[in-house]
Design a protein around this ligand. Structure first.
Ligand code: EPU
Length: 348
């Protein structure tokens, strides 16, 4: 039995990439599974709500903070096993997993380079970039069931993965992710299936080259969190790319042509999905609805490099961020009849 070190009134803003929001009433760091279980038991015994904080790069903390126990996930075991399996604790920085895999010549994660945050968050929102989703390489997710406080191991088919979606996201009170296993492809070829990436790498590029190119593309869009970048305080994409019925996508293309937003049909970015639906590009819709990159509302703005990221320029509030997000959502809806959904999690 370890002694839980519960702190009081801990400021959460510095633990998030947006650097916004109020304090946690109670706070504890969980560096191992025992501490995680004890922390959850502590809050359950007192009927105090609890929430998990990991890398903080996809999280919005309300200005009033969190009236419960915030458990900072810090389980950081990392094991590259023979044959291409990687086991990573939920608290391991994601970039460390990708870097280690690419250095060993294990394919599968190279397109997911340069993404901030922790490994435990990757199955929750089924992290994706450059045509690859992490669900494609997940072999097993180790979870703690919140109701029984027992550990369980889920196969990928039991995780309900979808576009930026999973069972863990749909039912956030049920599990805490404590570790993830990835099945990679030693000496396998890298994945180049995203048009923008295809344009920027040579055929047969090595994993290291793909990784370098992905990082460079992300850097151009301020999607690598780097000191000195004026767009660095963000939560990545603020909205999901909307998935709409084929007929709605066709109507939108017609509107774009009629209104001379584009001169050719294929200038409207669209991606096929499973089923009779189409994924549109939220960044494109936002710009075409008249919200230009770099637009500001006080301390909050649209990234000057990518219309899908909202940026905190310092000294702002979460209320201002959410108000600007609502304004953008309303403008896109009024212009195109498409509803944008928030992508980062709100800590409530
Ligand atoms: N676009 C614009 N204006 C913009 C930004 C984008 O018109 O300001 C257009 C682009 O021209 C392109 C299309 O939108 O035709 C797609 O843009 P991009 O390749 O930058 O990707 P995205 O769809 O905006 C998604 C993910 C990102 C991921 C990139 C790259 C979502 C919500 N976002 O963005 O993920 O890195 O693809 O694969 O699916 C994140 O989730 O936080 C994130 C950064």
């Amino acid at each position: 039995m370890t002694t839980l070190e519960i702190e009081r009134d801990v400021s959460l803003a510095p633990l998030t990439s947006l650097e916004l929001g109020g304090p946690a009433k109670y706070f504890v760091r969980a560096g191992d599974e025992t501490t995680l279980v004890e922390a959850l038991r502590w809050s359950a015994d007192r009927e105090i709500p609890s929430a998990i904080l990991a890398g903080g790069s996809n999280l919005i903390v309300p200005d009033e903070g969190y009236e419960g126990l915030v458990i900072q996930m810090a389980i950081d075991a990392l094991d590259f096993r023979e044959g291409g399996t990687v086991s990573a604790g939920a608290g391991v920085a994601w970039e460390k997993v990708v870097e280690g895999a690419v250095a060993r010549g294990w394919a599968g994660l190279e397109c997911l380079s340069g993404i901030p945050g922790s490994t435990g968050a990757t199955p929750i929102q089924n992290v994706g970039a450059y045509g690859v989703e992490v669900a494609e390489v997940i072999a097993r997710v180790r979870v703690l069931r919140r109701d029984t406080l027992a550990f369980d191991e889920l196969a990928p088919e039991d995780c309900g993965f979808g576009y930026r979606d999973s069972l863990f996201k749909r039912d956030p009170g049920r599990f805490v992710v404590s570790a993830v296993d990835f099945a990679l492809r030693p000496n396998g070829p890298g994945t180049v299936r995203y048009a923008e990436l295809e344009k920027n790498v040579v055929p047969g590029a090595t994993l290291a080259e793909i990784r370098r190119t992905v990082r460079a593309l992300r850097r151009q869009k301020s999607m690598l969190i780097e000191p000195g970048d004026p767009n660095r305080r963000s939560a990545g994409s603020f909205f999901l790319n909307p998935v709409v019925a084929l007929a709605d996508a066709d109507r939108l293309v017609e509107q774009a042509i009629d209104e001379k937003l584009v001169s050719a049909v294929d200038e409207v970015p669209r991606y096929p999905t499973q089923g009779a639906q189409v994924k549109l590009a939220a960044g494109w819709l936002i710009e075409k609805a008249g919200v230009a990159k770099g637009t500001r509302r006080g301390a909050i703005g649209v990234s000057s490099k990518h219309a899908l990221a909202l940026v905190h320029h310092g000294g702002g509030t979460t209320a201002e961020l959410l108000a600007f997000a609502d304004e953008i959502r309303a403008r896109v809806f009024d212009r195109f009849g498409v509803t944008l959904k928030r992508e980062p999690r709100l800590l409530v």
